[in-house]
Every structure is written in C-alpha cells, then in structure tokens.
Design a protein. Structure first.
Length: 115
C-alpha cells in the first residue's frame, strides 16, 4: 500500500518562505507523477505544482515564479519550496502520487501565512 507523509508546514509571516517535503513508501513504480495540492476553507482543492518522474513540472497560475517543486527519486521524496508567501497561500497542503489510474494522497500539512 502506498503511503505519503508530508512535513514542513507551519506559521510564517507574509513574504517568508517554507519548504514542504513528502516521502512516499509502499508500492513504487517508475513512471509516476508527484504533486502538491492545497485546499483553503470553503474553497475547492487546487493544483499547486506537479512533477513527473522525468522531471517535467506544472504549476498553478498563482504559484508560478514563487514556488518550486523538485524530487529526489532515490529518496522517494518530493519537495515544495515556497517563497514570497502571501496570506492567500494559507491552506492545507496535500501531497499527491499518481501512476496509471491510481491516485494517492497524504494526510495534509497546514500552512498559515500571517499578514
């Protein structure tokens, strides 16, 4: 069974930075996509960023230029570096792992940006 464990969330002032990490364990396949989504209270879950096993990346529009996703395949880990954080970035951030038609989620980590 695939298990995703996130870490690195917390409280930060506007303009600050945070780095999230997500470690995947269990069944691992070569061709997969790892990503981050977020959900703020009263809003739908939205894509933050994703990265394929080959390194191709995709970002949500409001994150471009501020967030950077990366991965270490040997450590089965993906990272999300978040810079220039804004209060509107406050949300629960979820790690996501996909291969073929299978999708797995982490438990989420809270990111709170104070103004």
């Amino acid at each position: 069974q695939v298990r995703l464990v996130e870490s690195g969330g917390g409280l930060v002032q506007a303009g600050g930075s945070l780095r999230l990490s997500c470690v995947v364990s269990g069944i691992i396949v070569s061709n997969n996509v790892m990503g981050w989504y977020r959900q703020a209270p009263g809003k739908q879950r939205e894509l933050v960023a994703s990265i394929s096993s080959g390194g191709s990346t995709n970002y949500g529009d409001s994150m471009k230029g501020r967030f950077t996703i990366s991965r270490d395949n040997a450590k089965k880990t993906t990272y999300l570096q978040m810079n220039s954080l804004k209060p509107e970035d406050t949300a629960v951030y979820y790690c996501n792992y996909r291969f073929l038609t299978n999708t797995y989620w982490g438990q989420g980590t809270q990111v709170t940006v104070s103004s």
